[in-house]
Design a protein around this ligand. Sequence first.
Ligand code: SAM
Length: 371
Amino acid sequence: MEEHLTVGRVAELAGVTVRTLHHYDEIGLMRPSMRTAAGYRVYSAGDVERLQEVLAYRRLGFGLGEIAELIDDPAADAVAHLRLLRGLLVEQRDRAAVMVTAIDRELEARAMGIRTTPAEQLRVFGAQLYDAIGSAYPATRRTEPRIAARIWEALGDARTVLNVGAGTGSYEPHDRDVTAVEPSAVMRAQRPVGAAPCVAAGADNLPFGDQSFDVAMAVSTVHHWPDPVAGLREMRRVARRVVVFTYDADDTGWRQRFWLTRDYLPEFADLLAGRPSLADLTRAIGGRAEPVLIPWDCEDGFFEAHWRRPEAYLEEHVRRAVSVWTRVGPQAEQRAVSALREDLASGRWAERNRDLVALDAAELGLRLLVA
Ligand SMILES: C[S@@+](CC[C@H](N)C(=O)[O-])C[C@H]1O[C@@H](n2cnc3c(N)ncnc32)[C@H](O)[C@@H]1O
């Protein structure tokens, strides 16, 4: 026989007040399916299941309106909710781990009398970050063939290739002799079977002699290095030619053009504080910078990739594969996503960005540096 619980008992077991349960009932979020003859609320097993979901989302910081939308979604059953909740909790745990590591570093630095700059304090650096968030990377991050074609063309006739900050191996050409360098163990572990051999090292100290490779390449990684200019000089030292896919951190023009940073995530600008200019980067390798447009259906899910597919940014797995979202912190992320969700529903996003629909590719500050 199905067990039913009184409101007092449910409150006690769930660790919330009776008042909270009454409030959830009044706003229609969690209505117990029965009442006793005397009018008291009685919760069935199904009600308790729903309440458990409501409370879990609440503890993760969701608003009551958002929770109602989530749990009333006819496409999501109890197992789907458990999966989503689990993913969110794992993410929260990973973020906490990243923050603990950053705080430990800061404490260590202070104990040694070293004062980190404000920009450094706000930044959680590369490999540690990827050890925390890297497992979410392969969900949406892969070689984008049109960008790969540009990179591979720039490699010229090079036979031996060093890929620095190689991650899971995206953009590594299959017709050349590739050696990878990647400091994060989590990223190295996700390289596919048969991928190029990978050395555990960081860009600032490449364990190779001068001119060991025909070319050194680095894709979507320079902004994670503690000292990008030193890393690029290292690449120049170990290879005759250098090819780097990165973005222009000092041009505010594209940040204003990209609706995500302009209208929803202004905190992105803080992540760029103190980054070397594009001129500094090109100077470090003695090369030139060429713009790379992002196709509207870009297959590599980096931060700007979904500029014409805004709904993608509402997807947790899309955001988790991009470090920006972890680095701005959960508050900014949730605020940005809620505002975007509302604007998509109300048509405000479409109105503001109606010009984008006609574009097949966008200039959002991505650059190929070639030397
Ligand atoms: C966005 S991923 C890009 C990975 C790969 N190149 C790609 O295009 O998919 C950034 C990578 O840079 C690596 N990284 C972080 N700090 C680094 C450093 N100091 N030197 C070299 N790589 C670093 C991270 O571990 C991560 O794998």
